[in-house]
Every structure is written in structure tokens, then in C-alpha cells.
Write a protein that binds this ligand. Structure first.
Ligand code: DGL
Length: 274
């Protein structure tokens, strides 16, 4: 058995299909500045959002095993709504001795925030068609009207940093959601149900106006991670927020995304076959 101190010194694993989970990593580093992190971008298999559940569940299982075996992680943050929807139950069953935190579209905070009672939810198709989302949506359907829009191709465009596609898709998906504004019947709250989307907040705002509230899940996920580590007695680590970047695709692409979007710098990315 390892000493409790040695257990606490291990890194927290953070995983996404690609670069989107860096938005959650920013919140984690802010909330847990003394920890160490390993960020795994499954870029070699991204995007997940228009694949089948079985594919996403298999990839998630492989990545979780890799992070445990190679990096000895003490907790896993699935910083991907799509992977959470498809695989969180299986993941928790396989790794019952590991704290596992997932993300889901923040419908409850959106209900608390809306004044008009109209909320737009943008996410991947796999997330929105999942049983998990169906249950969440049904449990809140009496409390607000949700305008749900699957955004095929948007996470992929963000992965490729394809600004023209990001602008075109943002415009068309927000138009499909309905009329935004503060008047009765208008949408005043937008749920960013994919961890890639906080990085295009400026572009999204161009198509829905300055007053719309954006709701994402980075901070609540970071706080939940902190709670679980505290319960497990594994909070203290002298890692100073250091991040090891690992990619199943081209490490240079992850380095470029990290340089652009991480609030604090990370070391250069390594390639991995998970
Ligand atoms: N960032 C992911 C999410 O939160 C998935 C994007 C994708 O791979 O399609 O759902």
C-alpha cells in the first residue's frame, strides 16, 4: 500500500475528444492550483459528436485505462459532454475505486438564470440524443422551454481552427434555435453543452446579442473534483498546476491549441497510442 502522501502526489487525468476540455482544465487549474494534471486529447479519433455511442464508449474506456496505467492518475475528469453521455456509467463501474467526474449540459443552472423561460441548448448530436440527456431534459421540461440544437460539425471546425466554418455554423445553429432577447417568448440563456464551445464565445455572441447569458460547466466540474478529492483525502499536491499534454493525434496541434487557450502555459505535448 502506498502512503497517503504518495497517493495525493499523483496527477489528475483530464480527457476530451480533442482540445475542448482545455476549457475545463482552465477552471480546474484555477480551483486546484497546487495539483498536477495530465490532459489527454483523443485528437486521432475526434470529433466524437457524430459517431455512434459504442465507438465513443470504447475510446473512453481505452483512454481511462491508459491514463491509469501510464500516468497513475488519482482522479479522472471526463471533460467531454459526449463521452460522459455515452460512457460515464461504464467508466464508473470499471473504475469503482477512482473518483470520476463527468460533464453534462448545465440545464439546471440555466433554469435558475433565465427570466423569459426560454433557453437554447447547443451540443453534439450524441449528447443530445443520449438517454442521459433525455432524462435530464424531461425532469426540467415543466420549468422552462428548451430550444435544443445539435451542432454537427462545429466541434470539428474548432479542432481545425477553421474560422470561416465556425462563423457559418454558429450563425446557422443559433438562427435555428429561435429569437434571442429579453422580451417575453425570446431566448435569454444559452447553454454551451460541449466543452469546445467556450472558446468560440465571441463568435456565438455575434449571433445572439450582448445580453444573453452563457452557461458552461467548467467551474462546477472543478468544484466537484475538489470535493471528491477532499472526501478521498487526496487533495494536497505540490504540483503547482503543471500540465502534461498528451495527444493520440498530432502533438503540434494540441500545443498550438494550448498556447492559444490555456490561461497558464503547459509543457510541450507528447504523442500517445491509447
Ligand atoms: N468536447 C466534446 C463535448 O463536450 C465533444 C466534441 C466532439 O468530439 O464532437 O461534447
Amino acid at each position: 500500500m502506498s502512503e497517503p502522501g504518495a497517493l495525493a502526489d499523483r496527477p489528475i487525468g483530464v480527457f476530451d475528444s480533442g482540445v475542448g476540455g482545455l476549457s475545463v482544465l482552465n477552471a480546474l487549474r484555477e480551483t486546484l492550483p497546487r495539483e498536477r494534471f495530465v490532459y489527454f486529447a483523443d485528437t486521432g479519433h475526434a470529433p466524437y459528436g457524430e459517431r455512434g455511442d459504442a465507438f465513443v464508449a470504447q475510446r473512453t474506456a481505452n483512454v481511462a485505462r491508459y491514463l491509469r496505467e501510464r500516468h497513475d492518475i488519482k482522479a479522472l475528469v471526463v471533460a467531454c459532454n459526449t463521452a460522459t453521455a455515452a460512457a460515464i456509467h461504464a467508466l464508473r463501474a470499471e473504475h469503482s475505486n477512482l473518483p470520476v467526474v463527468g460533464v453534462e449540459p448545465a440545464l439546471k443552472p440555466a433554469v435558475a438564470a433565465t427570466r423569459t423561460g426560454h433557453i437554447a441548448v447547443i451540443a453534439t448530436r450524441v449528447t443530445l440524443e443520449s438517454r442521459k440527456f433525455e432524462v435530464l431534459h424531461a425532469s426540467l421540461s415543466g420549468q422552462a422551454t428548451f430550444h435544443v440544437v445539435p451542432c454537427d460539425g462545429l466541434a470539428g471546425a474548432i479542432e481545425r481552427a477553421d474560422d470561416a466554418a465556425i462563423a457559418r455554423l454558429s450563425e446557422s445553429y443559433l438562427r435555428a434555435a429561435g429569437a434571442f432577447g429579453d422580451a417575453p417568448g425570446e431566448i435569454d440563456t444559452l447553454v454551451l453543452g460541449c466543452t469546445h464551445y467556450p472558446f468560440i464565445a465571441t463568435e456565438l455572441r455575434r449571433h445572439c446579442g450582448a445580453t444573453v447569458r452563457f452557461i458552461d460547466t467548467g467551474m462546477p466540474v472543478a468544484q466537484q473534483t475538489r470535493r471528491l478529492l477532499m472526501q478521498a483525502g487526496q487533495l494536497e499536491c505540490d504540483g503547482n498546476g503543471a500540465v502534461a499534454l498528451v495527444s493520440s493525434g498530432e502533438p503540434g496541434a494540441l500545443d498550438a491549441a494550448a498556447a492559444r487557450w490555456l490561461v497558464r502555459p503547459a509543457a510541450g505535448a507528447l504523442a500517445a497510442a491509447a
